[in-house]
Ligand binder design. Structure first.
Ligand code: IDP
Ligand code: MG
Length: 137
């Protein structure tokens, strides 16, 4: 059993497809351990994406992630990290395989519907970034 962090990004929240995206997780062996809808501040979004600070798209990414509410979710299941990444599809929705979340619900690389941890170690850190111990019992 693994845990991973998913974020439903502002574009998908605005499209009213929170339930449809969670359906994909639940239909593919992942379970919601904890979930909350929040508005990220610039500081929180910047810290979360600190790894991308030097990338040319960093400011746009922070602006986008703070442009509306997001839904932060802890998912659990067998191979949850890899499974979630497969369900998400390619970072660029235009390259994502049909049937993946990004292919079906996103339009562009900067507004691409979901975030997902890319390793077990990052998943642990990202879950701890957003959730207290009591929230993920
Ligand atoms: P990932 O979300 O598939 O793991 P990362 O490379 O970790 O992709 O990038 C984090 C986020 O930064 C992406 O989901 C996307 O929103 C944004 N991003 C990545 N590359 C670009 C780009 O070339 N232009 C604009 N935004 C980008
Ligand atoms: Mg990433």
């Amino acid at each position: 059993m693994e845990r991973t962090l998913s974020i439903i990004k502002p574009d998908a929240v605005k499209k009213n497809v929170i339930g449809k995206i969670i359906d994909r997780f639940e239909n593919n062996g992942l379970r919601v351990v904890s979930i909350k809808k929040i508005l990220l501040s610039e500081v929180i979004a910047g810290n979360f994406y600190a790894i991308h600070k030097e990338r040319p798209f960093f400011n746009d990414l922070v602006r986008f992630m703070t442009s509306g509410s997001v839904v932060v979710i802890v998912l659990e299941g067998e191979n949850a990290v890899k499974k979630n990444r497969e369900l998400m599809g390619d970072t660029d929705p235009k390259k994502a395989i049909k049937g993946t979340i990004r292919a079906d619900f996103a339009e562009s690389i900067d507004a691409n519907a979901v975030h997902g941890s890319d390793s077990l170690e990052n998943a642990k850190n990202e879950i701890a970034f957003f959730f207290s111990q009591a929230e993920i019992q």
